[in-house]
Design a protein around this ligand. Sequence first.
Ligand SMILES: [Zn+2]
Length: 247
Amino acid sequence: MVAIIESSPGPSAISEEELSDASAADECLSVVRGYVSGQWPRQRDVDPRAAGFFQVRDELSVHGQLLLRGDRLVVPAALRERVLTNAHAGHQGVVRTKQRLRERFWWPRLDRQVRDLLKSCEVCSQHDGHVRRERPPLQPIPLPDGPWQRLMVDVIGPMRGPSSERYGIVLVDMYSRWPEVALCQDATADSICQFLETVFAREDGAEHVLPGGGRVLQHKQSAKQLSNGESPCFYGMLFCSDASLGL
Ligand SMILES: [Zn+2]
């Protein structure tokens, strides 16, 4: 327990005595300690002050005046602001500050308090923005020379509605952005191939389908990837076709 307190980050470390005293004086933690040492009532009979602890009741344990969730310390309300301030000292942004706290501490609504504290901090918001910018950039797909040379296929669903219309197989011509869609009961490789064969029987010029390539009868593998959710998703195009189809 001493190790937990001494490793508390920041300039305002909390002593074990402070923690024990604050924990003993905390009315809410006293109620929870009573439940953990004895027995939890039914959820509707739980003291409202302890309501935030009910869902994690099986992970709680009492050590003297202290309450632990697993190996994390439940910080009494009087010390939470100091713990937050210490964790915020490095201005690591919301995500890393939450990670840092969660390793050693817990209390109900911890995440919300971190967000509320850091939302007005310009340094942290810049850091979070920097983290977002580190995502790999989207790769543009070259525009083909004409219609039906390169197509994109994806599956949407499951959707609400009749069981025969749970999934939508969507095909978009990358040149014209012309959409084709079939609603079906499932999104198996057979359903996707049947849909492609129907479209290609009508359109002689269709040459390639992403992912993969080649004629429709060679698309079993691509269709399997789609039905397994393994294919890349082309959301930009799909949203475009969804809108035009009124889906
Ligand atoms: Zn900050």
